[in-house]
Design a protein around this ligand. Structure first.
Ligand code: SF4
Length: 95
């Protein structure tokens, strides 16, 4: 299911939507924390500012300047298309 999601939802229009809606608050049902897997930094293509530290974890070369859609990903349950590796999850009873 997650593989289908990422194939069908990993689009530039999805990124544009995340960018526009990034002004909205993060859904209160979001749990967990970023595990620095880097998957969201490759939506829809690998970000040129994506790096890897000496422990193999993803790092952002412009961390303090990164845009809101990066800061807030995944802002909502429907945005989360990297659930296989993302450290965040959402309450299953909400959308
Ligand atoms: S997909 Fe989730 S865990 Fe991975 S870098 Fe993005 S926010 Fe962090």
């Amino acid at each position: 299911m997650a593989i289908i999601d990422i194939k069908t939802k990993n689009t530039w229009s999805a990124k544009a939507k995340r960018t526009v809606t990034s002004l909205l608050p993060v859904d209160k049902s979001r749990k967990g924390k970023c595990s620095r897997c880097g998957a969201c930094c490759k939506l829809p293509n690998p970000c040129p500012f994506l790096g890897i530290d000496d422990q193999g974890l993803s790092t952002c070369k412009v961390y303090w300047l990164r845009p809101l859609n990066c800061r807030k990903y995944p802002r909502t349950k429907s945005e989360l298309i990297t659930a296989d590796t993302c450290g965040h999850s959402f309450d299953k009873t909400k959308d």
